[in-house]
Design a protein around this ligand. Structure first.
Ligand code: BES
Ligand code: MN
Ligand code: ZN
Length: 474
């Protein structure tokens, strides 16, 4: 099967296609009524000894087509091809900003690879048809860029796939211990150094935040640290790994609570980035920290008004046990910061307030460093992941000051994404620059959208793009 993307009111590009296919595409595009409008499609059967199906699909107007549009087009075209039982489509796209150069090629190949993603390991047998392989015709003059884009895209797509697989795994399987084991598998495969702290070690080190959150669960907490790579600059990544968030004693309402299996998405994102950065051989000294805990209500659970001491010595008055992400991140960030990284990034499904502000389409970005913020925003645009900077005004910091403790874990009702970020800023002293990404909205798609339900892998493409850009600069 050959799939040809056609721009509205432009003749289709056919260079690189077999002669008879190219001729058929030109004939079909010349037919009265063909416009190449978005959503328009035309199917041709070519007989003879190399029988093929040729599908023309409209991409709409060149000026209207951005990366998001191209991504939607690729996803639905591949879904349709799989439904129709094709196994190995050959794709020919026109020359566009979004499809040219290494970055364009990386984008196209990544989307094509991810369009085949399924989470079907828990099904008795897989559902529906699947594509086995997708090939792309490089536009003229783009051969080298396409080769390099393909090489990188395979690794990026595998990294996103790892994030999705982990995040989609249900919490009866994906306990803190299981997550630590998955980190162990990656560390073994990639020759990374790994350290896993259990309850005793957490107590020895004074990591009271993660211990408090994990106390109510029969699945005890873990803190994982990975280290690998070399280079002038060091990059530390921290990911919130709450394997299930019931809210604890400040129990959440029942509706949609199942979605809280995705509350470990930050940790999964960071493991995805770790896999990708290692396979792409990016020239940095990497450290990854995963605070892993399950937030449950129980006789041993931590309670509102408890005061706990975190790794950097600061005490926190717990006013709401559902603000647990910041409690476990406090210890992980403080540990990361003592090692004085050049760049410290954390990913967390931290607040519903961030989803209220930005919807489910994009993540909130918080940073005290304008240059780092600018770099991340540009990497996000390149990866077609929506990211929006939100403020860290000093007022938010004041809100989080405690009465009987140094800090309290909630602020006032308004601006909850910013007050959560302000809380985290108390634990990053020592890092040269820090950014927090609140991925509560875009990390997963809820059950309302049956075909898209599950983890998105948000953040992996963005972070790997940022790292690749930094590596090229230095
Ligand atoms: N895991 C939640 C945040 C969340 C909400 C993630 C919706 C994904 C979708 C977090 O632990 C939480 O419960 N945050 C509270 C904080 C509040 C108690 C200050 C929230 O956002 O309501
Ligand atoms: Mn919570
Ligand atoms: Zn949570």
């Amino acid at each position: 099967m050959v799939l040809v993307g056609c721009l509205e009111r432009e003749s289709p590009e056919t260079e690189g296609l077999p002669g008879p296919v190219a001729a058929a595409v030109r004939r079909a595009a010349a037919r009265a009524g063909w416009r190449g409008k978005s959503g328009q499609a035309s199917v041709l059967q070519l007989g003879g000894k190399n029988a093929t199906t040729v599908v023309l699909r409209g991409l709409g107007k060149r000026a209207d087509l951005d990366r998001r549009g191209l991504r939607t087009w690729l996803t639905s075209a591949m879904e349709r091809a799989a439904d129709d039982g094709f196994k190995k489509p050959l794709v020919r796209l026109p020359h566009l900003d979004a499809t040219s150069g290494t970055s364009g090629a990386l984008f196209v190949f990544r989307e094509l690879a991810l369009s085949g993603y399924r989470f079907d390991g828990f099904l008795a047998k897989p559902r529906g048809n699947r594509l086995r392989d997708v090939r792309v015709v490089a536009p003229p003059g783009q051969w080298a860029a396409y080769r390099e884009g393909w090489r990188r895209a395979r690794k990026v797509a595998a990294a996103v796939g790892l994030c999705r697989d982990l995040a989609n795994t249900p919490p009866n399987v994906a306990t803190p211990q299981w997550m630590a084991e998955q980190a162990g598998v990656l560390a073994e495969e990639r020759g990374m150094e790994i350290e896993v702290l259990g309850v005793e070690e957490l107590e020895e080190r004074g990591m009271g935040g993660i211990l408090a959150v994990g106390r109510g669960s029969a699945n005890p907490p873990r803190m994982v640290r990975l280290e690998w790579g070399s280079g002038e600059e060091s990059v530390s990544l921290v990911g919130k790994g709450v394997t299930f968030d019931t809210g604890g004693i400040s129990l959440k309402p029942g509706a949609n609570m199942d979605e809280m299996k995705f509350d470990k998405s930050g940790a999964c994102t960071v493991l995805g980035i770790a896999r990708g950065a290692s396979e792409l051989d990016l020239p940095f000294r990497f450290r990854v920290y995963l605070p892993l805990a399950e937030n449950m209500p129980d006789g041993l659970a931590y309670r509102p008004s408890d005061i706990v001491r975190c790794y950097n010595g600061k005490t926190v008055e717990v006013l709401n046990t559902d603000a647990e992400g910041r409690m476990i991140l406090a210890d992980a960030l403080a540990w990361a910061a003592t090692e004085k990284p050049d760049h410290l990034l954390d990913f967390a499904t931290l607040t519903g307030a961030c989803v209220v502000a930005l919807g489910q389409h994009g993540a909130g970005l918080f940073s005290t460093d304008d240059d780092l913020a600018a770099e991340l925003l540009s990497a996000a645009a390149e990866a077609d992941e929506y990211l929006w900077r939100l403020p860290l005004w000093p007022n938010f910091g004041e809100e989080m000051r405690g009465l009987h403790g140094d800090l309290q874990n909630i602020g006032v009702r308004w601006g909850g994404a910013s007050s959560a970020a302000a809380f985290l800023s108390n634990f990053v002293g020592g890092a040269r620059r820090w950014a927090h990404l609140d991925i509560a909205g875009p990390a997963y798609v809820g059950r309302g959208n049956k075909s898209a339900f599950g983890s998105t892998g948000f953040g992996v493409g963005l972070a790997l793009g940022w790292l690749m850009a930094r590596a090229e600069r230095s």
